[in-house]
Unconditional design. Structure first.
Lengths: 408, 408
């Protein structure tokens, strides 16, 4: 009889965002006239930049003509895009085009990467954290069961809270895979080079691999904050980096991201022998993936053109201004706010000691605003709440007004 | 230290098509003036139908305008496409729209599906077979090592050769997951309802699940050949079906496919309790996938419109005519040929008892034609050779000429 992967049965309830959708839909059904403003999921609202639209039209036309039609592309992505990525995002960092693997999004990659790692690796994640890191490890069998708080046996949780200034402590035990995300989702915080240097040193001395999620890199505004893990000396032999066109170029519905796997990165096999992680990921992608749609890759490449870069800079500035308005509005109400400077997320302490979900329900009920409960990202997120700055200016201004009316 | 998934080390050499590419590139480097015609990979050559190009342009424009922009779509695919698929491909078969999961291709799905099944399921595949089924099971740890022939311990191989008329025998032992592909890749053969009915009965009586790959369904020309496993009574409780827009609508570079998982399909957990496969796959997709690019889904939906259907019918007829020309050309040379009637593949017995790779090298050297060695699809494919009918008419005619010159 066909046996299921019983690890799926350890997963707690739904994935966070479907649960939010469920509550919002229930509220909307009961209050048909309420104008709900959604600041929960970090989904962009502004249209694709004109340079990208234009490039996609050209590519679609190419697909419609026998002379320029493209069938199967390289599973790893087209050379033109891999080269544009290296030149546009990794200049001077010693990354080669064939170390870049184009994909349909970094959510997929950050889940699929576990295919190439063995069961039994010890996993460290920050807490709170992007739920996909946790859930994909549960599915892969890298954890035990969850406790009442939603914490899984076998994962090392590194709390990031106001108390440690949102800087995770270097573990005093051995771990093998470490998930780091900067600018951070959900807290919107960043770390400097010294902090990342310590992680690289830890990883190198323990043979660990850092899975570095830089999906929000474009939102860094402050000098001296690293945009890539490969700005850190030694990272090429201990880190994989995930990036996305979702948040900077507005690709959440267009789907393109990429993963950088340096050739010098090694894991070990059962015999303790070093094995190229690049070769394994290449094999995984060649076998289980068939490349990204050509018009989408053409659009992504346009993000690195002169016009594309300028348009994306405008988009990013637009969302960052939203974040600033949210942050200032909340702070004027005496609420403690983090993030929102180098990231499109504002992370706030719930007022009056409300739990994250209590505040979610209250906010929805009283202001018709939807945010994300901090506890949905992990136990240490309890008492926090995330607001996304991905919205129209009018909605952000309206949200601030509603918050003021409700919380003042 | 980060441990790799050691099952990857069991994989034999490269995946078949990269190996072919390697040999072809080496030949091309040494013979710069040779006009190589590639009939190896089953990759379409004709442009996207005009109805699809048009729909994609409209969708790209929608993405470029604030009012019609779409961010994250449903991980399972847009309602408009799921409904079009059900109405266009499953009318009267009792499949609901929410049983259809849209993806970026059936190669991905047929690999990823193993995420939801436990280790230890006994796997049956036909031999020869699409290599992705085998390699993804190796990666997942469902097999032992390969022997000198490339056969993996722990897989049940069901030979399909001229001797059994390319109809796999029902196993006399217990298996849990069964891969079937009709019209068949690589042999181009089909089976009737009675054969599939026997498989459904086997699966139902053993609690097994059939993974049914119908990527080439559009090429069926003969009456009475089932287009879907769900034409078979009882299949809804024992089969998953994979389909693709790659071969009918020319989407190999545009990327869209889908997987049908009926809600009544159950697997069992460690305690022997029934668990919904639909719920597991839904959870897998929601967690590790983020939906298909909106313009791509809009294009796929146009495949079901009146104009799209007519254009696709023309495309399919075009490739089938190619297949017929290849088949007739080869048969006129006294070569035994299978497939090519309900499929875009011609499967031939190598002349003179040559091994598959010997014939590959000889054909490349003497005629500058590239095909796929039958043994690359499995041990029972030894002595066979696949030619793909996906090509321009001129190339097919030229190929037949070259074959005649060489083999006559």
């Amino acid at each position: 009889m066909a046996q299921i992967n019983h690890h799926f049965q350890k997963l707690k309830a739904g994935y966070l965002f479907p649960e939010i959708a469920r509550r919002v839909n229930a509220f909307a059904d009961a209050h048909a006239d309420a104008e709900v403003i959604k600041m929960g999921i970090g989904d962009v609202t502004e249209p694709l930049p004109a340079a990208i639209v234009q490039a996609m039209h050209v590519a679609v036309d190419e697909m419609g003509s026998r002379d320029t039609f493209r069938g199967y592309g390289p599973e790893q992505g087209y050379e033109f895009l891999r080269t544009a990525i290296v030149e546009g995002s990794y200049a001077g960092m010693g990354i080669a085009a064939d170390e870049v693997f184009v994909s349909d999004g970094s959510k997929c990659d950050s889940g699929n990467i576990l295919d190439i790692f063995g069961i039994g690796n010890r996993i460290a994640i920050t807490d709170p954290v992007y739920p996909v890191y946790v859930d994909t490890n549960v599915m892969a069998g890298n954890t035990g069961d969850a406790n009442a708080q939603g914490k899984y046996d076998g994962l090392l949780y590194l709390p990031v809270t106001e108390e440690n200034n949102f800087v995770p402590e270097i573990p005093d035990q051995e771990v093998d895979l470490i998930y780091l995300c900067y600018p951070n989702n959900p807290t919107g915080t960043v770390v400097g080079k010294e902090v990342l240097q310590q992680w690289v040193e830890y990883a190198r001395s323990h043979g660990a691999i850092i899975l570095y999620d830089a999906a929000y890199e474009a939102f860094i505004t402050e000098e001296g904050i690293p945009h890539s893990i490969y700005e850190i000396e030694g990272a090429h032999s201990c880190a994989i980096e995930f990036r996305s066109f979702s948040k900077n170029a507005g690709f959440t519905g267009t789907r393109c991201g990429f993963t950088v796997v340096p050739k010098q990165l090694m894991g070990i096999d059962d015999a303790g022998k070093e094995v190229s992680i690049h070769a394994l990921w290449n094999r995984r992608q060649a076998t289980k993936f068939n490349g990204v749609s050509y018009p989408v890759q053409a659009g992504a490449a346009a993000a690195y053109g002169q016009q594309g870069k300028a348009e994306i800079a405008e988009l990013v500035a637009f969302y960052l201004k939203n974040a600033q308005l949210l942050k200032q509005g909340l702070e004027s109400l005496g609420i403690r706010v983090f993030g929102g400077v180098n990231a499109p997320y504002v992370w706030l302490k719930t007022p009056g000691g409300a739990s994250s979900w209590e505040f979610f329900d209250l906010l929805l009920e009283k202001t018709h605003l939807v945010g994300t409960p901090g506890s949905g990202f992990g136990a240490a997120g309890e008492g926090y709440f995330r607001l996304s700055a991905f919205n129209s200016r009018a909605n952000i201004e309206e949200s601030v007004e509603r918050l003021k009316k409700f919380l003042q």
